[in-house]
Write a protein that binds this ligand. Structure first.
Ligand code: NAD
Ligand code: TYD
Length: 339
């Protein structure tokens, strides 16, 4: 079985490659990644020399390049993680989000049509459902919840989902889609909440909490997400959407306080800054369908996962210190300088 894993030099894609290498050493994996600011080849060092692994630098929106890789390699399965993934960046500059997340997906779907595929899996997000009010804890996103996006990021991801459905319905392409809640764990780029707060706290820098920090996210340890995708790929039914989440809702401010405590840093570092435009209040997944259909349940409790994650960032300073000391600084200054 030959897999194309797009975006495999990023956070979740790299964790997925490690998960699959361990679980299915007989599979051949080819990582397709453009290596944007969020892609890091060093992350893939543990698999780079393996016989059954190959890395190809390519933009998924480059139709010609993608077509020639399909023609040569003829993959059985494509798992598409490649995306612009940061909401704040999408508010600043939506164009690249449409290019990669929508056009890139279309280019991959067209190549799958042309060369044939056993499965195309689209890695999507719970953000396509919009948000839920804080005063209705009884409400959750199900697979039937209407798409109702807030940010250019979520709009681009929802558009890609709709394209996948259209290619399934119109051309019979064997697609599946998963919509996951917020992930955390090793190798997450330090622009996202948890690694950013860990990196800043360790440097005794201010911890920028948007608004009042009352927004709620439903956190899932990245390995549990990878396990869910593996199960989805193993089952036969196509055209199906799966919500992935673990009933682990946390307010941003509580996560930041927890990180302060774990690192023995003062809560005085917390700085309330101007809220994100269009900021979604609450995400919460109802995972009943994937649990009943595929027997999936998250294995990592948040208390354990966050400790493991903090320890990983303590043990891998080289990995993220290189990022925060480079071009990322310009982004940080632009995003947080006058906030
Ligand atoms: P990430 O930003 O860490 O990594 C994205 C990867 O895609 C990088 O390696 C980057 O180089 C690559 N990439 C970007 N544009 C590309 C292009 N045009 N061609 C080829 N490669 C390109 O993202 P992540 O957090 O690992 O997210 C992976 C996927 O999971 C995304 O599709 C995202 O929407 C989805 N998702 C993420 C979360 C989360 O909490 N991080 C939750 C749900 C869904
Ligand atoms: P983020 O990690 O960007 O994920 P998403 O926006 O996709 O949920 O942000 C998680 C939450 O943390 C979100 O409500 C925004 C908030 N946040 C801050 O308060 N400060 C920050 O510096 C960042 C990056 C996020």
């Amino acid at each position: 079985m030959k897999f194309f894993v797009t975006g495999g030099a990023g956070f979740i894609g790299s964790n997925f490659i490690f998960y699959m290498e361990k679980k299915h050493p007989e599979y051949e994996i080819i990582c397709l990644d453009k290596l944007t600011y969020a892609g890091n080849l060093a992350t893939l060092a543990p698999v780079m020399e393996k016989q059954n692994f190959k890395f190809v630098r390519v933009d998924i929106a480059d139709r010609e390049a993608v077509s020639s890789i399909f023609e040569v390699e003829k993959p059985d399965v494509v798992v598409n993680f490649a995306a612009e993934s940061h909401v704040d960046r999408s508010i600043e500059d939506p164009g690249v989000f449409l290019q990669t997340n929508v056009i890139g997906t279309q280019v991959l779907l067209d190549a799958c049509r042309k060369y044939g595929i056993r499965r195309y899996h689209q890695v999507s997000t719970d953000e396509v459902y919009g948000d839920l009010p804080l005063d209705r804890p009884d409400l959750f996103f199900t697979e039937q919840t209407p798409l109702h996006t807030s940010s250019p990021y979520s709009a681009s991801k929802a558009s890609a989902d709709l394209l996948c459905n259209a290619y399934h319905r119109t051309y019979g392409l064997p697609i599946t889609i998963s919509r996951c809640s917020n992930n955390y764990g090793p190798y997450q780029f330090p622009e996202k909440l948890i690694p950013l707060m860990i990196a800043n706290a360790l440097a005794d820098k201010p911890l920028p909490v948007y608004g009042q920090g009352l927004n709620v996210r439903d956190w899932l340890y990245v390995e549990d997400h990878c396990a869910a995708i593996d199960l989805i790929l193993e089952q036969e039914e196509i055209g199906q959407v799966y919500n992935i989440g673990g009933h682990n809702e946390m307010r941003n401010i509580d996560i930041v306080k927890l990180i302060c405590k774990a690192l023995d840093k003062p809560e005085g570092l917390i700085t309330y800054v101007t809220d994100r435009k269009g900021h979604d209040m609450r995400y919460a997944i109802d995972p009943t369908f994937i649990h009943e259909k595929l027997g999936w349940l998250p294995e990592t409790k948040f208390e354990d996962g966050i400790q493991k994650t903090i320890q990983w960032y303590l043990d891998h300073r080289d990995w993220w210190e290189e990022i925060v000391s480079g071009a990322y600084q310009t982004y940080y200054e632009r995003m947080y300088g006058n906030r």
